[in-house]
Every structure is written in C-alpha cells, then in structure tokens.
Design a protein around this ligand. Structure first.
Ligand SMILES: Cc1ncc(COP(=O)(O)O)c(C=O)c1O
Length: 426
C-alpha cells in the first residue's frame, strides 16, 4: 500500500464506551447484545441504534432552539425506517434524487417538508416532485431555471450559492472553489435576475452548503454568518422578504484517533447572536433558518459488523479476513475521498473485556489491496467465526459503497430500539 498509511493504536474501545452500553463481554446496541442481533439478522450487517439517532437529533435541536429547523439529509442513510424516525422527531427531509423523494414520502413525510437539492436534477425528476408536491427546489444552475420554466408549474425555489473561499471548512469541501454546486457568489446578481425572469418560480430563500465533516464550531458558525449576510443581500436585491435560509449540513463526528467532537455548546452559545443577525435585516427578519445534517444525526448510531472468515499471517502481519469489506463499507477502507488512510474505530463486539493484544489488519474478501478496513488495529486474539464491528458507520456506509463489486451477498440492515429489531429490507 501507499506510504501515506498511518498506523494508530485502536481507539475504538474508548469510543464504544462513550456511545454504547457494555455488558460483560458484550457491546449492547438498542438494548440487545450485538451478537444476539447478528444471530437473528445474519452477518455481515449494518446495525443502527434508534435511541442514539434520537439523542443526536434532540441535542442538536436543543442547541438550535429558537433559531433553526432541522432537515435530515437522506443521502447519509436513506433507509425508510431511518427517515421515519427523524420524521417522528419533527425533522423535515432534504433529498437529492427522486429515489430519496420516494423514500421520504413512503416514510410519511409531508411533501411541503421536503427540500430538493443536487446539481443534476433531471427533468423527469423535477416533474415528478412538482406533481407530487415539494417544499422547495434548490436551484443549482442556469439550465435548471430553464427546465423549471419549461415545466411551467408554480414552484417555490431557493438559490444555492457557492460561497467565496474564505469561509470554507470541512474534510471534503463542496463550496468555496470551482464546483458543480450552486451559483458562484461572484455571479449572484445574474442568478437572481435569471430566476426572476421565470414567472412560475417564486424565489423564497437561499442555500449555502460549504463542506462535510466539520468538527470546528467556529468554522461552522463562520459559514452560517456568511450565509445570513448573503440572504440579506439577495433580499435587498429583489426587494422582497425571504422565507428560508438553508445553512447546509456538514456537522462532523469524531472518526479518527485524536478527533475532538464538534462543540455543540459553542454552537448553542452563538445562537442568540445569529438570531440577532437575522433580525437586523427587515427583509429576512421573518425567515426560517434551516440546518440539514446527515452524518451528525446518524453516523454515531451505526456499526458495521462482520464475522471473521479467515485468520492468516503474511510476512509478520496478522490478517483477519472478514465476510464483507469495502464492497459494504467503502468509507472505512479510506477510499471515499480520504487523503490519508486512517483507521476507523473497530472493536470485537462479543469480546469487549479481552485484552487488545493481537494487532491485526482487517481486510474484506475482495481481490484488491484496497479492500482493507483497518491496519494494525489493537484487537483481541480473534479466530474465524468471531465478530468484528466498525463503529461510526451509520452515515455514508452502505449507501456510499460499491455493493455489487465482486458479486458478494449484500449485508443485512437493522434498526434496533428498546430491544426490538426491525430488519430493513432494501
Ligand atoms: C446539499 C447537501 N446537504 C446536506 C448534506 C449532508 O451533509 P452532512 O452529512 O455532512 O451533514 C450534503 C452532503 O453531501 C449535501 O450535499
């Protein structure tokens, strides 16, 4: 493998203790030992703890109280049961395709609580969501204005703005550089004029999404302040009030050794100042701020668990070959945009008290060295048939993985809450 591979000790056990219950040797998820759940749903599997998702939602809702509504970004985990859980908590839904729209509607979302963003919306998708009902369409380019104009039906829309570079942050940036997402801030006046030229489009808001996996509260708040300033500029240009200001998602969770969680108290402490900034411009004073996280709401609640198929030694390295690998969990293999390959947190969920004295490299069954989920990870002396779990796997896990690569079986998925297992068929 490349030289850019780091080999940290395994930080999974500390992380697991902070998130889940541990009962003797067992990691407990949603009220049940992981091994019990796997005995029922099979291996490999993605398991999601419903209470942890609710906890993340409620912590964020508390921090943003009186300032912003939360829309769950379905791309992080589009399972209907997961979307339904956030609807129960009171969230709206942010979608990026007709497939996600259908999942949101099937989960019970009211069409007016759905936002549609994404850089390549096809005409058929736009027609279908307008026909079925949609809260807002977030326009990302001139062609999309033409498409909406030619569809001709009345629609509420926001302009997505790609902000100037100075306000950007996040492990993967979606703005502040040349991107396919939204209108460059420098071209904002032309974008406003183009939207205004379509009689059937009502401009109700703006949308700014800077980047994902932001752990620095100040960086996040800086983006939000800038978005509010942009909203004021748009409203002053049109002379009309805005209804919504979508501040984007991007709130991060700790994955790697040394990562510090996002400081939600710092976010909450800034809320009065942000609310005051909103009120200071009369044309946006009545607007509703929106935050649309995916990762933050579901990431920590999920784990990917697989049985070990084979244990082997090669030139001094101990390999644990699992039943699934990057085909199920591309992000953990470091091939989903990471520059430096670092280990996701891993644990042996049925051997939680055993000493982690048998460092191992975790690989999947694919015929490529890219299929490595952790290198030199501190784990107990595991054998074929034992379980390994990759933590922090609830977001961009299965949905972001090449599941048909090498034609292995797809993993099971289950949402577990209060001792009840809901198998999620997809
Ligand atoms: C427009 C938009 N909103 C929200 C999200 C969710 O981001 P995150 O999971 O980082 O919160 C994304 C992710 O790509 C996005 O593109």
């Amino acid at each position: 493998m490349a030289d850019n591979v780091q080999k940290p000790a395994n930080h999974g056990y500390e992380l697991a203790k902070g998130l889940f219950e541990i009962n003797g040797d067992d990691l407990v998820l949603g009220g049940l030992p992981v091994r019990t759940i796997v005995a029922e749903v099979g291996s490999p599997a993605y398991l999601y703890d419903g209470q942890l998702m609710r906890r993340a939602y409620r912590r964020l809702a508390d921090a943003l109280k009186g300032f912003a509504s939360i829309y769950y970004s379905a791309k992080a985990n589009p399972a209907e049961a997961v979307i339904r859980l956030f609807l129960e908590e009171g969230a709206g839904i942010e979608i990026a395709s007709l497939g996600e729209y259908r999942a949101a509607i099937a989960a019970g979302a009211a069409p007016e609580h759905i936002l549609f963003a994404g850089p390549g919306k096809r005409r058929a998708e736009l027609e279908a969501v307008i026909e079925g009902g949609i809260g807002e369409i977030h326009i990302e380019g001139v062609d999309e204005i033409g498409r909406l104009r030619s569809i001709g039906k009345p629609v509420q829309a926001s302009i997505r703005i790609n902000p100037v570079p100075t306000v950007q942050a996040g492990a993967m940036r979606m703005g502040g550089k040349a991107t396919a997402f939204g209108f460059d801030e420098e071209d904002l006046d032309a974008a406003i004029a183009a939207v205004a030229s379509a009689d059937n489009i009502e401009l109700v808001g703006i949308h700014v999404y800077g980047g994902t996996q932001i752990l620095d509260a100040e960086a996040l708040l800086g983006q939000w302040r800038h978005a509010i300033t942009l909203a004021a500029r748009v409203a002053r240009t049109t002379g009309k009030p805005l209804k919504t200001i979508d501040l984007g998602g991007g709130l991060g969770i700790p994955y790697y050794a040394g990562d510090k969680p996002l400081d939600l108290d710092a976010v909450a402490a800034a809320v009065p100042e942000l609310a005051a900034l909103l009120k200071s411009e009369p044309l946006i004073a009545g607007a509703r701020a929106i935050v649309e996280p995916g990762r933050f709401l579901v990431g920590e609640a999920g784990l990917y668990v697989s049985e070990i198929n084979t244990v082997k030694q090669s030139r001094g390295v101990r390999f644990l070959v699992m039943e699934g690998g990057m085909n199920h969990h591309l992000a953990a293999s470091g091939n989903l945009g990471q520059v430096i390959k670092r280990n996701y947190p891993v644990v042996a969920p049925a051997r939680m008290t055993a000493p982690s004295d048998a460092p191992a490299t975790l690989v999947g069954p694919l015929c490529t060295p890219l299929d490595t989920l952790a290198r030199d990870a501190g784990l107990p002396d595991l054998k074929a048939g034992d379980l390994v779990a990759v933590l922090q796997s609830g977001a961009y896990g299965l949905t972001a993985s090449p599941i048909n690569f090498l034609s292995h079986p797809h993993p099971a998925e289950a949402l577990v809450e209060n001792g009840r297992i809901e198998a999620i068929g997809r």
